[in-house]
Design a protein around this ligand. Structure first.
Ligand SMILES: *Cc1c(COP(=O)(O)O)cnc(C)c1O
Length: 369
């Protein structure tokens, strides 16, 4: 609770510490297990492209100098891929940095930010930190996105519509026609921000090209991507945003810290983009393993959400925190969901085939509910 005698702002009291889960080392020490399957943070089991080795040979010089504050080599590459101007691309220290930057630039005290629920906690936290309030649009009972409710939320003219597609933690998504319906309901004074952290896994059938849909509109918008998931660079912290105009992007630039992305991360991201074969392999493995694990969970009697991502969200039919603790003792890290209404749900990342088997064996050892 807020404390008027504290130097800390009331809004800071209102957010919970980020639940990043345990590290592999912590689980080894606490539970005395040697082999740990880290399936709580949606990292790529294959890691980054081998092309990252080129960064190592340059590390002495990269470390010595300040990085290019706007990361021009990388923003040029990204702009080319999306057919936008370089001045529409902004880099972030992970896309979470850009979520914070956008909230700092946009949210006034008392503003409403509409988002999907269960939510990516940082979409809510950075809103709360700026004194905004969150309008949560809950999924339907079958765990698909409630498009009618999202359209209704857009019509209420929030300051910002900020959501992930596909959504995290659920994995469900808006199709091109559904996203089109939502966009058509947005007021010109609302900023639309679509967080596409899992787009590389979702690309293809039934998934929109958000930039193409948005650029035909008069709206202010941004689309966020990350190198942390399918590109396997979570430890280096780099992501990017594409904004509707150079002007909007320029405001985000003013709000971010000048050297928010480091030189090693910029170079590694370029190496990642230069290796589409590694990306394809990582995505193909995640999708086939997701099918396999999904079927196994269904066979065990669990209800799972639809997913276009490298994770599955399932109803454990019991306190998810208790199940997650039991799995930890078996050397498996998953993410028990803690938001109201979803306390029996677990999000498990799709790891390597060996890690996924480890998860299934540990789950069977503690089942049934
Ligand atoms: C993982 C994730 C991010 C950001 O990750 P970074 O590592 O900060 O790039 C952003 N949004 C969603 C929905 C995510 O799941």
């Amino acid at each position: 609770m807020a404390d008027p005698s504290s130097p800390i702002r009331e809004e800071v009291f209102a957010i919970a510490p980020y639940n990043a889960g345990l590290t592999i080392d912590e689980v080894r020490r606490r539970h005395g297990v040697e082999v740990v399957a880290k399936l709580g943070s949606n990292e790529n089991p294959n890691g980054p492209s081998a092309g990252i080795a080129s960064v190592l040979s340059a590390i002495h010089e990269l470390a010595r100098l300040y990085p290019d504050p706007s990361g021009r080599a990388l923003t040029a590459e990204i702009a080319g891929r999306f057919g936008v101007e370089e001045s529409q691309v902004v880099l972030g220290n992970g896309s979470e940095d850009l979520i914070a930057v956008i909230c700092r630039a946009v949210v006034r005290p008392g503003d409403t930010v509409a988002t999907l629920y269960p939510s990516f906690p940082l979409h809510e936290d950075y809103t709360t930190l700026m004194g905004g309030r969150v309008d949560r649009i809950a999924v339907r009972p079958d765990l698909t996105i409630d498009v009618d409710a999202l359209v209704a939320a857009a019509r209420r003219k929030p300051r910002m519509l900020l959501f992930a597609n596909p959504m995290n933690p659920v994995g469900s998504w808006l199709t091109p026609a559904e996203l089109d319906r939502v966009i058509a309901a947005v007021d010109p004074e609302t900023l639309v921000v679509v967080d596409e952290a899992y787009a590389e896994y979702a690309a293809g059938q039934d998934y929109p090209s958000t930039v193409d849909l948005l650029r035909g509109t008069p709206l202010n918008w941004a689309m966020l991507r990350t190198f942390s998931k399918a590109y396997g660079l979570a430890g280096l912290r780099i992501g990017y945003g594409i904004a509707s105009s150079a002007e909007l992007c320029g405001f985000f630039d003013r709000v971010r810290t000048p050297f928010n992305t480091n030189a090693v991360a910029q170079a590694a991201a370029l190496a990642a983009l230069a290796d589409p074969a590694h990306l394809d392999l990582s995505v193909a493995m995640a999708l086939s393993e997701r099918d396999r694990i999904g079927k196994a969970l269904l066979d065990l009697g669990y209800r799972i959400a639809p997913s276009k991502c490298n994770f599955l969200f399932f109803d454990a039919d019991r306190d998810a925190t208790v199940l997650a603790e039991a799995l930890l003792a078996g050397g498996v890290i998953v993410k028990p969901w803690k938001q109201p209404g979803f306390e029996t749900f677990v999000r498990v990342s799709i790891g390597s085939p060996v890690e996924n088997d480890h998860f299934l064996a540990a789950l069977k050892a503690v089942s049934p509910a």
